[in-house]
Design a protein around this ligand. Structure first.
Ligand code: ZN
Length: 488
């Protein structure tokens, strides 16, 4: 039975859905003002693994992953320019052009990583009316106040009735010391109060009418609102990166408790962070590598490009709650590991059954399920598959045999765990590449045979043209007594 680590209780818990057979899960999606990078890949792949596994277990999953296209300011929630609006100003674009452009690119990157699309992908800007209603509920309950056209969460008042900081483990005093002194803070009663609605400054280009001012919702508001709208006031799982635990998710809990009297979420799940060559990822470190740079190469920290499947495999080789350090060397190792799996898979598909079996398939499926049930332990699943790859290679090399029943079971386990659950493309890429390679080899052989024929017919003009053209394309051609040899 599936156990997942609940960040809120700080322990593994048996997963029991609210409604039998159904799971509602919400994951914080990207703020679409720039290209997706590794920091986007990890939560996307982690919760894709969960989505795929829950589906495998037979649940009907409604997976909501939002697009943040308004309200995410440069300094987290409350201060600075809106990230989308800033990009739009710099590029002289309509903000929704920025949103559409980067959303399309995000989708393309996710498709490359074989991350399945969510069931619903709501935009914050498409849910302004719902967010205003949510803010009003919090005001009505007395946990927020209006100040100069903006609405702020009254954290002190809230903390008297509820536990503010229960997710991140911070107390109000820690938060006071951490909260920076920022402009606009004079509007707030306390530095730790956060915006539910912000009055737009005159130069701010994204704003909507509200009972309090022409403005825009606070960043945390969209997730509370859209989670409730699509999954109900209580739902099963909320996920995201650990960096979102505070203030974003802590604020979401406060908003839901203030408005509804209870938290919406039963299981809070967080993936750990990625470092690059030991350093935290960030623009200032110059280690901010976009996914496209991984796929196509061209970043100074990368020795070469790495395929999307290598990135996916590398992320899955670590448990989602441990940190992952990216380096070219580590990725090259992952690339080799993935190639071994792809080779074993392709051999598995070509094995012929025998009357007897030296391969023990008993328990392989159960061991994989056991690992996934243990808080999605993907590295253990991968190690079981590697073990079975050794058995496949033994049979392939003629040092063992596999019965028809065992062969069927092996193929089914690999299909289910490697392809369907881990989401690795093991055959598609390589077999397409194989087809290309054999087609071009056949074409070169055909040309050289035509050249041979021309020579026999003493048509040296034709035979020379064929040779010269192939040489200019980079082929080395050696004439032999009985034919030819060529290399590229
Ligand atoms: Zn969120």
């Amino acid at each position: 039975m599936l156990q997942i680590y609940n960040t809120l209780s700080r322990q593994k818990e048996y997963f029991r859905p609210l409604h039998e057979g159904h799971v509602g899960m919400y994951v914080c999606g990207p703020t679409v003002y720039g290209d997706a990078h590794l920091g986007h890949a990890r939560p996307a792949i982690t919760f894709d693994l969960l989505f795929r596994y829950l589906t495998f277990l037979g649940y009907k999953v409604r997976y909501v992953r939002n697009i943040t296209d308004v309200g995410h300011l440069e300094h987290d929630a409350d201060e600075g320019e809106d990230k989308i609006a800033k990009k739009a100003r710099l590029e002289q674009l309509e903000p929704m052009e920025v949103v559409q452009y980067y959303t399309n690119r995000y989708h393309h990157d996710m498709e490359q990583l074989n991350v399945l699309p969510p069931s619903i992908e709501p935009h914050a800007s498409g849910h302004i009316i719902e967010q205003i209603a949510f803010v009003q509920k919090i005001l009505d309950k007395g946990y927020a106040y209006v100040s100069n056209g903006s609405v702020y969460m009254d954290v002190e008042k809230y903390a008297k009735d509820y536990h503010y900081g229960k997710l991140s483990g911070r107390n109000l005093q820690d938060i006071v010391t951490e909260t920076r002194e920022l402009d606009g803070q004079d509007e707030k009663k306390h530095s730790y109060d956060f915006a539910l609605w912000k009055k737009a400054a005159p130069e701010h280009i994204m704003h909507w009418p509200s009972p309090w001012s022409e403005g825009f919702p606070g960043w945390h508001m969209e997730c509370s609102t859209m989670g409730c709208k699509y999954l109900g006031e209580e739902f099963d799982i909320h996920g995201g990166g650990m960096d979102l635990m505070f203030p974003h998710h802590e604020a979401e809990i406060a908003q839901s408790c203030a408005a509804l009297g209870h938290d919406s979420v039963h299981y809070w799940m967080h993936n750990n962070m990625i470092t690059i060559a030991g350093k935290k990822m960030g623009k200032s470190y110059n280690n901010f590598i976009t996914l496209e740079q991984f796929f196509k190469g061209g970043h100074e920290l990368l020795t070469k490009p790495f395929s999307p499947m290598t990135i996916r495999f590398f992320i899955l080789m670590a448990h989602y709650r441990s940190t992952v350090d990216f380096s070219s060397e580590a990725l090259e190792a992952a690339e080799k590991g993935l190639a071994r799996m792809q080779e074993a898979y392709s051999r598995l598909m070509r094995l012929q059954p025998a009357g007897t079996s030296t391969v023990d398939t008993k328990g392989l499926r159960e061991r994989c399920i056991e690992a996934m049930d243990d808080d999605l332990n993907s590295p253990i699943v991968i190690s079981h598959l590697f073990e079975s790859a050794r058995a496949i290679n033994t049979v392939y090399d003629g040092k063992g045999t596999v019965s028809s029943a065992d062969l069927d079971e092996l193929r089914a386990v690999w299909k289910t765990f490697a392809e369907d659950i881990l989401g690795l493309r093991l055959s598609g890429d390589s077999s397409a590449a194989d087809t290309h390679v054999s087609a071009y080899k056949g074409a070169v052989d055909m040309l050289l045979e035509m050249r041979l024929q021309a020579k026999r017919n003493k048509d040296f003009a034709t035979s020379d043209t064929i040779r010269d053209r192939l040489v200019s394309l980079g082929f080395n051609i050696k004439d032999k007594k009985d034919g030819f040899e060529w290399t590229l």
